[in-house]
Design a protein around this ligand. Structure first.
Ligand code: HEM
Length: 393
C-alpha cells in the first residue's frame, strides 16, 4: 500500500475576478430563503444584544464563500472525517481514502447528468439528494460525501446557500486545496424540493447519463464520446477533464474497480497523463494473491496503480492521445484547459448564476473567523451542527 499522503498544502493563490463583491443583507437573504435563524434549529433568533451576530448583517458574498471554503478544508484535512470503505485505503477514517477526491467526484456526478439536446440534468437542483438518483449505480459511495457536506449546508443555509451550490463548490475547493488550478465559481443554483421526473422539472435527469468505465457494450472511446459530446464537450476537453483521475481511488465496494491511478492521489497534477504514457499497462488478473474477480481493469508493472478501460481508451485512440501527450509534457496547458472545461461542466444547464466570486485566500482569514464567531453566537444552526459532528467548529 502506498505511503500516507499528506493533504496537499499548496494553497490556492488569491485570485481576483472582475466581479465587485456583492453585499448580501442578511434580512433580505432570510426573506428570500424563507428562513430565520429561529427556523433552523431550537428556536433561536438574533437579538440586538448579540453584537457578534450583527456581523452577519452585511456579509459580503466573497467572505461568505471564504468561510465555507475554510470549513470544507477543515473537513478535507480532518483524519476523523468519515469515509468508510472495505479496501482499507489510507486517508480519512474508515479506509475509504481521502475526502478531497470524493468531493471532486460528487461535483462531477452532479454536473455530468446534463444533456444539451434534452436540456435537462446538470448541477442545478442538487437532485442527487433524492431517490432514484441517489441510488444510481454510478453514484455509489457519494452518500459519504453528501453526509459530510450536510453540516456545512446546515451552518450556512441562513444565508440562502443551497445544497446544489455547496456540492459544486466543494469540488472546486477540493481541487484548489490539492494544488490544482484556480477555478471560477458562480453561486445561484437552486435546490429542488423533492424528486420529480425530468419531463416535469428539467433539473432532473434519467439514469444512464454518467459514463460506464467498461464502455457500455461499445468501444470505451466511442462511449466516452457519446457521453461527453452530449454535454457539449470536444475531444480536447474530454481528455482535460479525465486528468481528474490523477486524484483518488476506485473502491471495490463502490464501483467494483480497485486502486489509485497515481502515486499522489491527493495532489492535483498532470501525473495521470505521465502515468498513462510512461507506465506499461496490462489487464489485471490477480489481486492480493488471489484471482481478480472484479470488472476488467488495467494495472502497471508494479501492480499498485490502475486504469479503467475508458482511461486506456485515451491512449488507444489517436485523436485522444495527442492531448494526453500534450498534457503530459505541459502541466500549465493542462491546468488552463481543465479549469475552463470544469467551469463549463459545473455550469451546464444552470440558469441563474451570479458573478464569479473571487477567492480571497488567506487575505480573508480574519473576516472568516469573525463570520464563524458570529454564526456561533447566533446560535441554533451552530449548536445543532456541533451536536451532530462534534468536530465541526
Ligand atoms: C469516462 C469518464 C469517467 C469514468 C468512466 C469514470 C469512472 C470512475 C470510477 C469507476 C471511479 C471509482 C469510483 C469508486 O469506486 O469510488 C471514479 C472515481 C473518480 N472519478 Fe471518475 N470517471 C470518469 C470521468 C471523471 C471526470 C470527468 C472526473 C472529474 C472531472 C472524475 C473524477 C473522479 C474522481 C476524483 C474519482 C475518485 C473518487 C474517490 O477517490 O473517492 N471522473 N471514476
Amino acid at each position: 500500500m502506498a505511503a500516507r499522503q499528506l493533504p496537499a498544502r499548496t494553497l490556492p493563490r488569491a485570485r481576483l475576478f472582475s466581479h465587485t463583491a456583492a453585499k448580501i443583507p442578511l434580512s433580505a437573504r432570510l426573506a428570500v430563503a424563507g428562513l430565520g435563524l429561529g427556523a433552523v434549529g431550537v428556536g433561536f433568533a438574533i437579538s440586538s444584544e448579540q453584537t457578534q451576530a450583527g456581523a452577519l448583517e452585511d456579509i459580503a458574498e466573497p467572505i461568505l464563500w471564504a468561510a465555507i471554503r475554510h470549513d470544507l478544508e477543515h473537513i478535507m484535512d480532518d483524519e476523523h472525517a468519515v469515509n468508510p470503505g472495505k479496501d482499507n485505503f489510507h486517508g480519512n477514517t474508515g479506509g475509504g481514502g481521502d475526502i478531497g477526491p470524493m468531493f471532486v467526484r460528487l461535483a462531477w456526478h452532479c454536473s455530468g447528468t446534463f444533456c444539451g439536446k434534452a436540456m435537462n440534468g446538470g448541477s442545478d437542483g442538487g437532485t442527487m439528494r433524492f431517490c432514484p438518483e441517489s441510488g444510481h449505480g454510478g453514484n455509489a459511495g457519494l452518500q459519504h460525501a453528501r453526509a459530510l457536506l450536510e453540516p456545512v449546508f446546515a451552518k450556512y443555509k441562513f444565508a440562502g446557500v443551497t445544497h446544489a451550490d455547496i456540492y459544486v463548490f466543494a469540488g472546486n475547493a477540493a481541487i484548489e486545496h490539492m494544488g490544482g488550478p484556480a477555478l471560477s465559481f458562480r453561486a445561484g443554483r437552486s435546490d429542488a424540493k423533492g424528486t420529480a421526473k425530468p419531463e416535469d422539472d428539467s433539473r432532473f435527469s434519467p439514469d444512464g447519463r454518467l459514463p460506464d468505465a467498461d464502455g457500455r457494450g461499445i468501444s470505451p472511446g466511442e462511449h466516452v464520446r457519446d457521453i461527453f459530446y452530449r454535454m457539449g464537450f470536444n475531444d480536447r476537453e474530454i481528455v482535460a477533464l479525465s486528468g481528474a483521475h490523477g486524484l483518488g481511488h476506485c473502491h471495490t465496494d463502490r464501483s467494483g474497480f480497485w486502486g489509485p491511478w497515481t502515486l499522489h492521489p491527493t495532489t492535483f497534477s498532470n501525473e495521470y497523463f505521465r502515468s498513462l504514457e510512461n507506465d506499461k499497462w496490462s489487464k489485471k488478473f490477480e489481486h492480493e494473491g488471489k484471482p481478480w474477480t472484479g470488472p476488467e481493469q488495467y494495472e502497471n508493472e508494479g501492480k499498485n496503480l490502475m486504469m479503467l478501460p475508458t482511461d486506456m481508451a485515451l491512449t488507444w485512440d489517436p485523436a485522444f492521445r495527442k492531448y494526453v501527450k500534450l498534457y503530459k509534457d505541459c502541466e500549465d496547458t493542462f491546468f488552463a484547459d481543465f479549469s475552463a472545461a470544469w467551469t463549463k461542466l459545473t455550469e451546464n444547464g444552470c440558469k441563474n448564476l451570479g458573478n464569479a466570486i473571487p477567492n480571497l485566500g488567506e487575505e480573508a482569514e480574519n473576516k472568516v473567523l469573525e463570520v464563524h464567531a458570529a454564526i456561533k453566537a447566533a446560535g441554533a444552526t451552530a449548536v445543532s451542527v456541533k451536536k451532530k459532528s462534534g468536530w465541526f467548529w
